[in-house]
Design a binder for this molecule. Structure first.
Ligand code: ADP
Ligand code: ASP
Ligand code: MG
Length: 444
């Protein structure tokens, strides 16, 4: 296997032919100390208190293993930006302005609350400068969206949607440095190459690999990884998730929850040892714990199972998240930012069935997820229901004339609107259909 050391002593020809061959660069990277790709979701970044938890994690772990950090936009910023894009298309620029100003104010407040008051002035100047640049860009894009028939699926729409990750990642890196962790900001738009399906762009994994291995801001990261034994602390690269760029240079985004996908794409491109997705729950549960508070923790899942669950509507992961890591069997660990000692869920090639002992015997399904349909009905997906579960579902569908479909993702029961299921108030009160009730039958 080619290795930088094999090429010593360097001369211009050997370096040139080495650089010509990006496979050689990739295989050298494969011989490095391996690193972890860590992603923090918006829910892990929604306040200065949350940022402190994130800094603590980075401080604790980057000494043991080199990290590359991907951050989403703070809290619900992307949702707010979707609102701005719609306002822009309707020509309501004052509302765009107001929406943006609220987003900027949140970012500034969080940044300042993270550092000592004596350092406020310098940081405030820097943040103001960045935000006013982003604001001008946004207003320019907003003007061009007037009367656009599908503004959120356009290049200008994506340019505005990606402002959340641009602001968060740059400010986060600056503050991280300020709290004592050497770091470097890497513009994700120079790495995540995609097609031009605006709003849900498809990544070009080969181009991402090239861009990742050759990016100028990452060269010292790769070089330091190669030091044996390690001689210096490695500055932590910080990238914004969710955003990318088409080959012709237009801004793109990967779709909602796309930051999860950013992390796994970068892990594949750099042969990371693992991906850790930090969120606000203890990993993946039998269903959404915000709807069913007694949802049970799932210690391990296979790639297929986790993907099926995401496709069925579990928003804890972007449905494409696992595609890039399957080939290299890179494990994806879903953990809680706010409970660092909880083991979370490990997604990998195999499920450790012994880890399910407390309730595996009772299980009629691995997990369930629910999505809303355009007609306001909802679909409940049971992941890998066993024969017992199947017969239960069949009885329900026959007794209540509900539609039951089966496909590779599991069993899908077509149900009343999600809101009715959440509250447990259905028009036919004899139907045992609150999500809580269904959950408790399948996951006792
Ligand atoms: P982040 O900001 O970290 O990306 P999200 O809000 O996108 O976080 O995703 C985490 C949320 O996903 C949880 O708070 C939970 O409400 C929801 N969720 C839906 N289904 C599941 C599930 N099966 N397991 C865990 N969380 C789930
Ligand atoms: N910023 C987002 C992301 O993490 C988009 C979203 O909130 O879903 O991908
Ligand atoms: Mg998410």
């Amino acid at each position: 296997m080619p290795n930088l050391r094999d090429l010593k002593p360097f001369n211009d020809d050997s370096i040139y032919s080495f650089l010509q061959n990006s496979d050689a660069i990739v295989s050298v990277i494969h011989s490095f100390r391996r690193h972890t790709l860590v992603k923090f979701g918006g829910s892990s970044l929604a306040s200065s208190n949350a940022w402190q938890h994130v800094f603590d994690h980075i401080r604790r772990s980057h000494h043991n293993q080199p990290l590359i950090v991907v951050v989403s936009a703070v809290g619900k910023t992307t949702r707010a930006l979707v609102g701005c894009v719609h306002h822009a298309a309707q020509g309501r620029l004052d509302e765009v302005e107001q929406g943006l100003n609220e987003i900027w104010a949140t970012h500034k407040l969080i940044a300042l609350e993270c550092i000592q008051p004596e350092e406020w002035t310098a940081l405030e100047d820097w943040v103001d400068h960045l935000l006013s640049k982003l604001h001008q860009e946004a207003m320019q894009m907003a003007k061009e969206l007037l009367n656009h028939p599908s503004p959120v699926c356009s290049a200008h729409g994506d340019a505005i949607l990606s402002l959340g990750e641009r602001a968060t990642s740059q400010i986060f890196q600056k503050v991280l440095e300020n709290v004592g962790v050497p770091s470097v900001w890497v513009d994700a738009r120079e790495v995540i190459m995609t097609d031009e399906s605006f709003g849900a762009a498809k990544p070009n994994r080969a181009k991402i690999k090239d861009a990742m291995t050759q990016h100028h801001s990452l060269s010292s990261f790769w070089a330091t990884l190669q030091e044996q034994p390690p001689k210096r602390e490695i500055p932590v690269p910080v990238l914004g998730g969710f955003m990318g760029r088409s080959l012709s240079g237009s801004p793109t985004t990967l779709g909602f929850e796309g930051s999860d996908l950013t992390a796994t794409l970068l892990a594949e491109a750099s042969n990371a040892e693992r991906v850790t997705i930090f969120t606000d729950v203890n990993g993946i549960m039998t269903t959404d714990p915000r709807i069913v508070p007694n949802a049970k923790h799932i210690p391990t899942l296979t790639y297929d199972e986790a993907e099926d669950l995401a496709l069925g509507g579990a928003r804890v992961l972007h449905p494409q998240t696992l595609v890039p890591v399957v080939e290299q069997s890179i494990p994806v660990h879903v953990r809680n930012t706010f409970q660092p000692d909880h083991p979370g869920t490990i997604i990998g090639p195999q499920r450790d069935s012994s880890a399910h002992t407390p309730f595996v015997k009772e299980w009629k399904a691995v997990a369930m997820a629910v999505t809303n349909q355009a007609d306001d009905s909802s679909v409940l997906t049971f992941l890998h229901a066993t024969p017992d579960g199947q017969s239960q579902l069949r009885q329900w569908s026959e007794a209540y004339a509900l539609q039951l479909d089966v496909d590779v993702h599991g069993w899908h029961l077509h149900l009343p609107p999600l809101a009715a299921l959440k509250s447990g108030q259905n028009s036919d009160s004899s139907l045992p259909l609150s999500l809580q009730a269904i959950h408790d039958i399948f996951f006792p």
